[in-house]
Design a protein around this ligand. Structure first.
Ligand code: PHE
Ligand code: FE
Length: 290
């Protein structure tokens, strides 16, 4: 039996085939880019906006991963590689642990500008890659990959995944007196990049590692709770310096919170009305008390 070449068979990457994108696909990227670059001025963290510049992401058209990786590698040693869609978790973590960010190569259609279920290249590249040009965030993502592989040995991936969700995807950061966005799921969403900062509905709570790993999340709508970090340095230091093994053991015995709980020990930046979520749940004015 002949062995398939190591990389192609095991790492799930595929060629991006940049020259295959149509004019329409490039045009969709440009529409999304222009709209979000404008919206995020004064909303996204400075590190994200700097990343757009460092990586020349304002260049028209869908980015070519080769070119993008060249710039990114110079900044922090990361690369961007294409994958066909969802890949096994251990493969995903292994890429992160080796400073490779995996991105889808397909782009949404013009009629789906505002929402789609599966992350596309706009979410993956515009949303995630700019912050990878920031040295501390870049280290955090790598550390998360290492930690992800480790969590699987403890059967604790579903707990650790909440950390990814509430930081990498939907994190907010304190910047001076105001809050800024850094989570990729927010920066790549036109509507949520307003909602997350401005709407009175969601809770905004100070980040706490154990608290986050006990909090489920929504994948189908805006978040009902956001967690706010003080700095990327704080996030990296806390997650890197903490041995998660005893935390996983404790988490097995501790119950989860519900998405909207506010606990006595929470540091509350804004107490959400949850009006938006209630409206979506069917317009009931108040949930019956339980
Ligand atoms: N220190 C963590 C562990 O012991 C690894 C980790 C780092 C997890 C950063 C998440 C983010 O597993
Ligand atoms: Fe994402």
């Amino acid at each position: 039996m002949t062995k398939a070449p190591e990389s192609a068979a095991t790492d799930r990457t595929i060629p991006q085939r940049w020259s295959d994108y149509s004019d329409e696909e490039h045009a969709v990227w440009d529409v999304l880019f222009a709209r979000q670059a404008k919206q995020l001025q004064g909303r996204a963290t400075k590190a994200f906006l700097d990343g757009l510049d460092i990586l020349h992401l304002s260049k028209p058209g869908i980015p070519d991963f080769e070119e993008l990786s060249g710039r990114l590698q110079k900044a922090t040693g990361w690369r961007v590689v294409a994958v066909p869609g969802l890949i096994p978790e251990d493969v995903f973590f292994d890429h992160l642990a080796n400073r490779r960010f995996v991105a889808g190569r397909f782009i949404r259609k013009r009629r789906e500008l505002n929402y789609l279920k599966e992350p596309d290249i706009f979410h993956d590249v515009f949303g995630h890659v700019p912050l990878l040009a920031h040295p501390v965030f870049a280290d955090y993502m790598q550390a998360y990959g290492v930690g992800g592989l480790r969590s699987m040995k403890f059967g604790a991936l579903h707990k650790l995944a909440r950390l990814y969700w509430y930081t990498v995807e939907f994190g907010l950061i304190k910047e001076g007196e105001r809050l800024s966005i850094y989570g990729a799921g927010i920066v790549s969403s036109h509507a949520e990049s307003r909602f997350a900062l401005d709407d009175p509905s969601p809770n905004r709570l100070s980040f706490d590692l154990m608290r986050v790993m006990r909090t489920p999340y929504r994948i189908d709508d805006y978040q009902q709770t956001y967690f706010v970090i003080d700095s990327f340095e704080q996030l990296l230091k806390e997650t890197l310096d903490t041995d998660f093994a005893p935390l996983y053991a404790r988490l097995e015995r501790l119950p989860d919170f519900s998405i909207t709980d506010i606990l006595p020990e929470d540091r509350v930046l804004s107490r959400g009305t949850q009006a938006y979520a209630r409206l979506k749940a069917g317009g009931r004015a108040q949930k019956p008390a339980t």
